[in-house]
Design a protein around this ligand. Structure first.
Ligand SMILES: C[S@@+](CC[C@H](N)C(=O)[O-])C[C@H]1O[C@@H](n2cnc3c(N)ncnc32)[C@H](O)[C@@H]1O
Length: 225
């Protein structure tokens, strides 16, 4: 699925509607809302337990966000973190490079009436050890959507994911193939670090499931003694 060039993207999440202002004309890809972020949020909305009294489903433990700390990498306009916040992921810090911060801050402010507060945000350039340390990892949940598109950044991205996620934590990844070289390297490197689970397409939200867009659940491989 291609992104839409409408200047405003709306995303209904349960009984709220998030609204994002994007700027497709800017030099930075992070000022655009990319479809994997919408697909990830709507997948989570479909399966996240709305209360303690809901029947169990295959994803209820994964998406029970109570008492979990989370970080989003390469967040762009912040769609995934804001959407998951509305589904209970309330302790979340949203990160990206400095050039994307104005778009992120603009969208955090825009959604403050829906979110009820300004969510935490921070600069994080992948694999900058001082910036990673400043965020006090590890986290229970690492969120990333549409972040695999340049071969040179694949290594730093995987290292950052590995440093950020707890041994028993998860990476929730919205994914679409953007560059064959980056794709090949990413999945090769991922296999060395993570156990990879692909969410079956029939489990995505029917209105937000596109042939080329996937959700993956990555868990750290257990270290052998
Ligand atoms: C295609 S955009 C996706 C934005 C957002 N996650 C979404 O799905 O709408 C890729 C994002 O990764 C960020 N990014 C790229 N390289 C990065 C790096 N080395 N360190 C941190 N963020 C990076 C970009 O700034 C951009 O926001």
């Amino acid at each position: 699925m291609k992104f839409t060039d409408s200047p405003v993207i709306e995303l209904p999440v349960r009984d709220a509607v998030l609204s994002f202002q994007q700027d497709n004309g800017s030099l930075h890809v992070g000022t655009t809302v990319w479809p994997c972020s919408l697909v990830l949020v709507k997948f989570a909305e479909r399966w996240a337990p709305p209360s303690n009294h809901q029947p169990q489903n295959p994803y209820s433990d994964l998406l029970d966000f109570r008492a979990k700390r989370a970080v989003e990498l390469g967040a762009g306009c912040g769609v995934a973190a804001m959407g998951l916040y509305l589904l209970g992921l309330t302790d979340v810090v949203i990160t990206d490079i400095p050039a994307v911060m104005p778009a992120l801050k603009r969208n955090l402010k825009r959604n403050k009436p829906v979110l009820g507060k300004n969510l935490k945000h921070a600069i994080l350039h992948w694999n900058k050890a001082d910036q990673i340390a400043a965020l006090s990892p590890p986290y229970d949940v690492v969120v990333a959507t549409d972040v695999v598109y340049i071969e040179e950044t694949v290594g730093p991205l995987i290292s950052t994911m590995e440093a950020m996620v707890k041994d028993d934590g998860v990476v929730l990844l919205g994914y679409q193939l953007r560059s064959p070289e980056a794709h090949k390297l990413f999945w090769e490197m991922c296999e060395g670090v993570f156990v990879i689970e692909k969410v079956p397409h029939q489990d995505l939200h029917p209105d937000y499931a596109y042939e080329e867009t996937d959700v993956y659940i990555l868990r750290k491989k257990k270290k052998e003694n």
